[in-house]
Design a protein around this ligand. Structure first.
Ligand code: NDP
Length: 454
């Protein structure tokens, strides 16, 4: 990703990355996320004297702290089970740590460090006073009973409650952590602390949740896509669209794209993808939401119900589309997938997931002049509405659906404007990666400089 850069800048990046890899051995996801950011930032840092000589990148790539702990819980057969959990408190320069909890067997310290690092930039881009954090466990909620999930969440919160607080660290959901898990964790926190505090977001409406929070990441990614297409005097209406995943982000991205006149032809889970040429909308979308949010079933059931094609073990990137929203997980779209999408007429891609595109895929999109939005900009809608949930809790009021949606649209528009401000090149083209990275960096870096040697 460094090929178009001045050789001196390239050497600085390589030197920086050598140090980072030495200090964080084996953490490949973290290395990947940092390299993308540092590639954008290094030219800017080198030409800005106030950042150049103060080791700002070294400081920003070292988390404030990481808490690692054992979570013991009892399964329905009476066996004692042990998982590992983490909370990565990455940077609280501009506000309390904020970022989701992920429950998935693929969770490692490296994955959570990459997510916490990205979250710092994303939260800064939203314009709200939120620092960056992330947490999770290698616990797999799939196939577990509600009681098992409850016992796990309660056990995890016994330790996590010591490290979080409304002015310290406010976790939310992520992969494997939805309304059910947030409720169990919040109930346990309340019990342990005897306080009804705004210490988690993504809560149910009846105990402090915000309208639109469930929809926010998917809606936000769609609004970001609208903003990008506007720069080419284009729109979502009439476009054929591929979405991956069928969880929280994917479901509401599909719903909003369909509402704006796009035809979403794919959705997926870790077993395969469905190809519905007529578009996932109306009753079919309702079925999919119920399948995934309530019945916790597999996506193949959609194909059985509606008689569309199902491709086991495959990803949707071979389907001809003009727009794409990868909304499942990191590194789900590689260089070959990108080449296929571009060959089939892809015009724009907005990341709903965090780091779903590999560096090779991103390079290919940029070389091909595809509008490409990195997740830290395009999926910031979720944490933005989490920030709005905290504001409502602090004020002890609830905004209407329209009010929250209006604010969300405004935040996504502002993030897009920030990307244009910092990412527009002399030839008029926009590099959204540079725009998001530099735009997110400035506020955090300036706060750190103001605090002195921290
Ligand atoms: P969910 O758990 O609700 O859904 C995840 C979806 O991705 C499921 O369809 C899941 O399929 C699929 N998936 C997960 N892991 C893999 C894998 N290794 N290979 C293939 N498919 C996989 O999570 P969310 O929708 O909340 O999160 C999705 C992405 O969006 C993540 O990258 C997350 O960090 C990011 N994100 C989420 C936000 C939010 O508000 N929820 C905010 C910003 C970013 P299966 O059911 O088979 O596991």
């Amino acid at each position: 990703m460094t090929t178009n850069l001045d050789p001196k800048v390239q050497a600085e990046i390589q030197n920086f990355m050598r140090g980072l890899v030495r200090r964080n051995p084996g953490e490949t996801e973290f290395h990947q996320a940092v390299e993308e950011v540092v590639t954008s930032l290094m030219p800017y840092v080198l030409e800005t004297p106030k950042y150049r000589d103060v080791a700002i990148l070294e400081r920003m790539t070292e988390p404030d702290r990481i808490v690692i702990f054992r979570v013991c819980w009892e399964d329905d057969q009476g066996n004692i089970r042990t998982n590992r959990a983490w909370r990565v408190q990455f940077n609280n320069s501009i506000g309390p740590y904020k970022g989701g909890m992920r429950f998935h067997p693929s969770v490692t310290q490296s994955v959570l460090k990459f997510l916490g690092f990205e979250q710092t930039f994303k939260n800064s881009l939203t314009g709200l006073p939120m620092g960056g954090g992330k947490g999770g466990s290698n616990f797999n909620p799939k196939g577990k009973s509600d009681h098992e999930v409850m016992r796990f969440c309660q056990s995890l919160m016994i330790e996590l409650s010591r490290h979080i607080g409304e002015d310290t660290d406010v976790p939310a959901g992520d992969i494997g952590v939805g309304a059910r898990e947030i409720s169990y964790m919040f109930g346990q926190y309340k019990r342990l602390q005897n306080r009804f505090a705004s210490v988690l977001t993504g809560k149910a409406l009846s105990f402090g949740g915000s309208l639109i929070r469930t929809e926010a990441t998917g809606y936000g990614a769609t609004y970001f896509m609208q903003n990008m297409l506007n720069t080419r005097k284009d729109a979502i209406a009439g476009k054929t669209v591929a979405v991956s995943g069928s969880g929280n982000v994917a479901l509401y991205c599909i719903q909003k794209v369909a509402e704006l006149g796009g035809v979403v032809v794919t959705a997926s889970d870790s077993d395969g993808f469905i190809y519905d040429r007529d578009g996932i909308r109306g009753e079919k979308w309702e079925f999919l939401r119920d399948l995934k949010e309530v019945r916790r079933g597999r996506i193949s059931a959609y194909a059985e119900k509606f008689g569309c094609e199902y491709f086991a073990g495959q990803k949707p990137w071979g389907v001809p589309v003009q727009l794409a929203f990868p909304c499942a997980t990191q590194n789900e779209l590689n260089g070959d997938d990108a080449a296929t999408l571009v060959k089939n007429g892809l015009q724009a891609l907005a990341e709903g997931a965090n780091m779903p595109c590999t560096p090779e895929a991103i390079a290919h999109f940029m070389d091909s002049k595809v509008l490409y939005a990195p997740g830290k900009a395009s999926n910031a809608g979720g944490v933005s509405v989490s920030g709005l949930e905290q504001s409502q809790n602090a004020l002890r009021i609830s905004w209407s659906r329209e009010e929250v949606d209006h604010r969300l649209q405004g935040i996504m528009r502002d993030i897009h404007a920030t990307c244009l401000k910092y990412g527009t090149k002399p030839d008029g083209s926009v590099n959204y990666v540079d725009g998001a990275n530099i735009g997110g960096f400035v506020k955090v870096a300036d706060a750190m400089l103001a605090y002195g040697c921290v």
